[in-house]
Design a binder for this molecule. Structure first.
Ligand code: HEC
Length: 103
């Protein structure tokens, strides 16, 4: 069983790397590394009341981040999108993020 012998440093390192790969593969396969705080929020959405309570804070964040600048086209309805943004890979239009499905 010379192949399985861990007598040389190179084989010991190889065994440690192989074991580490097995552990990492097991963690990935179990999905334990894929959980996030966002996913938990998606699984348990906020109630209508909780969302209403957060609205003033969201308005401040939206103002501070200037979301309005891109998500409102010149002369268009507020937050309805439509503003074209030129990029090296083509024009991207900012989307409608207003509560109205039609924008
Ligand atoms: C620099 C311009 C710009 C700013 C500033 C900006 N956005 Fe956007 N946003 C875009 C563009 C362009 C898209 C569309 C991207 C695409 O189609 O892949 C987008 C997409 C989105 C989407 C996805 C909508 C959908 O239909 O899937 C949401 C939600 C969004 N933005 C929210 C926000 C919020 C909230 C802010 C401020 C915190 C913000 N954006 C600031 C340009 C911007």
């Amino acid at each position: 069983m010379a192949i399985l012998s861990l007598s040389t440093p190179a084989r010991r390192i190889g065994a440690v790397l192989a074991a580490s790969a097995l552990v990492a593969g097991g963690l990935l396969a179990s999905g334990i590394l894929e959980r996030s705080a966002v996913a938990q929020d998606v699984e348990a959405p906020l109630s209508q009341d909780a969302m209403k309570a957060l609205a003033p804070r969201g308005a401040k964040v939206a103002a501070a981040a200037d979301c309005f600048a891109c998500h409102t086209a010149r002369g268009g309805a507020p937050w309805a999108g439509g503003l074209p943004l030129e990029t090296p890979f083509g024009i991207i239009h900012a989307t409608n993020i207003s509560p109205s499905p039609r924008g």
